[in-house]
Write a new protein. Structure first.
Lengths: 240, 472
């Protein structure tokens, strides 16, 4: 419902994504809409799995295909579509415990780096950041988890840096930033700002060096959250 | 903010005490806080976080490493003492030396790139230096008939103070950091050892038995003007200067067993910061001066711990059953450009979270997110847009919404100077929660908006800006 006519713009095809409730019954289906820059819909994609499926993140490959990082049950799943919204392949990763990607980025090899959430099984269930690599055809090659040994945390933002490494932001105890290379080596990890709940929801690498981090902070223990924006140096540090 | 979940919370607390959970539930889009006191995790896609995995009231916080998160130490966990390094929260423990000698007493160079240490690999205790990855080990002292021990770098990295018995008794010496030009700073028949430089490089604090009992002394860095700082008549030792120069941490036996103490750098206000029946020793300051690493026998053997400088939030870093000695925190001179880092928080009911940011053509920052939200009826809250300078100062802000509930989750340039903002709305659309795209101008005013969704509810995770091409 456009409130008024949208002006024509030359750039900016968009894909918006998340999940939708089925028209009948309960559940959650993958949902994505390809949108013209004037706001009009090009196509709408609705997943048909009987299991709950959520499109957590997406990327456009260099060939113009779309790859969805999907959460299904306690698993992660990749779905590759062509530019018209037709499914090329899907691949579900059924590992022990609970893992799925909240973030996906393309690597120099044409594969996909996944960052997200993991939780081991058993009585001591703790959330950590999950990091995994899938080939361009969606085959899982390696996966690992890391995080604070005392608190739950998981990746909620991921960007590819100019040098080909990756910056991961997490929700956790402290504003947690991690830099990794595309084979999963931990280059550094920062837990900034001390003990409280933080979420690094969005990251930008600055040309002059350093990173912008936007997110949320629990300044007062309890139910209240506030907004935070910070700039780090190139090593992910802050001076305050 | 109280962010709406949009569905019944699927998680229940698996601890038997009230605890606050942050649910980033499916729909990513929404963050919910709630409290609960019952049972088990239901395996769904709901995310929980962050929640202490044991009592939240007792778990210590992590040190805010601010980039200086490494601690080096010596450990005999492989059978003989080697130099190790780990992150300040205890993870990623790595062995840097690997030989049959006894490698102990590591000390970081001020730029954090090298570690000097003591080793008997060549027959007796000598001082060596290596890169911080363990490579390029070089010997700095050559005293076949004498021993060297604890060392400390000068703040400018040009000199190293150390202990040696080359003069017949243990005294403090100093040499250039390449091992040249050794000079004696103390000359007393009793033990003088374990030195630490003041941050301005003008003074050295050390341990001495010259007055009968081991006490803490200070002298000029040229060896002049020696003055006693403590007088416990027991054993005060292992002094180490705080990064800001105002305090000295040390260990003392004055209260019956070895505990960690902190005093002003002139010797006043000597305060105990540990209190237990085990031996606590070897304090080392974090680079922000807010934490102390130390060695404790509270688990029976020498393990490395950290605590805040008031003694709170003790956290065990090593747990290997071996002997772990001489922790040293990586210095801060791997300098932060403090003029180019900043933190801005936006507090109160008008600010809930920022979920995405984009740089504008003129270098400003457009951030989108949400105001405070109520996650129970009557739902309320609006999408929040903020334009900030490159330094994080607010230029303008506005909200967008309706009678219901809106949040903005993504922003991307529209190509005409304006921006597309994507989010969720229940004030507009086909039914239930829907997606929205709001096009704003470069000045932040509305251009158009449109909703997307089916008859029931949708939850957003994000917006991807695609390349041009196939639908022009």
């Amino acid at each position: 419902m456009a409130v008024r006519d949208a002006p024509a713009v030359k750039r900016g095809f968009l894909l918006i994504y998340g999940f939708t409730e089925p028209l009948v019954g309960s559940g959650r289906n993958q949902y994505a809409v390809r949108v013209k820059p004037d706001g009009n819909v090009i196509w709408e994609y609705v997943g048909e799995s009987p299991e709950d499926e959520l499109v957590m993140d997406t990327l456009e490959t260099t060939e113009g295909d779309l790859v969805f990082a999907v959460s299904i049950g306690e698993d992660g799943k990749l779905v590759k579509l062509d530019a018209d919204g037709n499914v090329r392949w899907t691949n579900r990763y059924e590992l022990a415990g609970w893992q799925f990607a909240t973030q996906i980025a393309e690597t120099s090899t044409g594969g996909f780096l996944l960052a997200g959430f993991s939780m081991s099984g058993g009585s001591h269930r703790q959330a950590d950041t999950w990091l995994a690599y899938c080939t361009s055809s969606g085959e899982l090659e390696w996966e690992t988890s890391f995080g604070d040994s005392a608190y739950d945390d998981y990746a909620n933002s991921l960007i590819r840096l100019n040098d080909g490494t990756y910056l991961i932001g997490a929700i956790g105890n402290g504003m947690i930033l991690s830099r990794v290379d595309e084979v999963g080596n931990d280059l550094w990890r920062r837990s900034l700002l001390g003990q409280t709940v933080y979420g690094a929801m969005a990251l930008i690498e600055l040309e002059e060096g350093g990173y912008l981090v936007a997110g949320l902070i629990q300044l007062i223990n309890g139910r209240s959250y506030d907004a935070i924006l910070l700039r780090t140096d190139a090593e992910g540090r802050v001076g305050e | 903010m109280y962010l709406e979940s949009g569905r019944t919370a699927m998680f229940k607390v698996w601890h038997c005490f009230p605890v606050v959970f942050l649910f980033l539930f499916a729909g990513g889009a929404s963050v919910e806080t709630t409290t609960s006191t019952t049972s088990t995790i239901t395996p769904t896609t709901t995310l929980i976080l962050p929640t202490p995995t044991s009592s939240p009231n007792n778990m210590p916080p992590l040190p805010s490493d601010n980039g200086y998160g490494l601690i080096t130490y010596s450990s005999d966990q492989d059978g003989d003492f080697e130099i190790w390094v780990m992150k300040a929260y205890g993870s990623d423990q790595r062995q840097l030396t690997d030989n049959n000698a006894m490698d102990v007493s590591p000390a970081w160079s001020p730029d954090g790139s090298q570690i000097a240490f003591v080793s008997n690999g060549d027959g007796n205790d000598e001082i060596y230096v290596m890169n911080d990855d363990g490579s390029s080990v070089r010997r700095l002292t050559q005293t076949a008939d004498a021993r060297e021990s604890f060392l400390a770098w000068s703040p400018d990295g040009m000199q190293i103070s150390f202990d040696s018995d080359r003069g017949g008794s243990w005294d403090i010496y100093v040499m250039a950091s390449d091992g040249s030009d050794p000079r004696r700073l103390t000359d007393h028949p009793s033990d003088d050892w374990i030195s630490s430089w003041s941050p301005d490089g003008n003074q050295i604090v050390f341990e001495s038995k010259r007055d009968g009992a081991y006490e803490i002394y200070v002298m000029g860095s040229d060896g002049s003007d020696k003055q006693r700082l403590t007088d416990s008549q027991t054993h005060d030792g292992f002094p180490t200067w705080s990064p800001d120069g105002t305090r000295i941490a040390f260990m003392s036996q004055r209260d019956g067993n070895y505990e960690i103490y902190v005093m002003d750098s002139v010797g006043t206000n000597q305060l105990r910061v540990t209190e237990n029946l085990a031996q606590d020793s070897d304090p080392a300051w974090s680079t922000d001066g807010e934490w102390l690493a130390f060695v404790s026998q509270r688990e029976g053997n020498d393990e490395i711990y950290i605590m805040q400088t008031d003694g709170s939030n003790v956290r065990q870093l090593t747990d290997n059953g071996a002997q772990n000695w001489s922790p040293a925190w990586q210095p801060s001179n791997a300098a932060i450009d403090r003029t180019n880092t900043w933190i801005r928080t936006f507090e109160g009911p008008d600010y809930g979270a920022l979920f995405d940011i984009v740089l504008t053509q003129d270098g400003n920052i457009l951030a989108v997110g949400t105001t405070n939200h109520l996650h129970v009826p009557p739902y309320s809250g609006d999408a929040l847009f903020m334009m900030l300078t490159p330094e994080g100062d607010l230029l303008w802000e506005r909200t967008w919404g309706g009678e219901g509930y809106e949040q903005a989750w993504s922003v991307t340039p529209a190509g005409d100077g304006g921006y597309f903002i994507f989010g969720e709305t229940d004030s507009h659309g086909a039914g239930g929660r829907d997606f929205f795209i709001l096009k704003i101008t470069e000045h932040g005013t509305d251009d158009w908006f449109q909703t997307y969704g089916r008859e029931r509810r949708e939850w957003p995770y994000g917006m991807l800006r695609l390349s041009n091409g196939d639908f022009c």
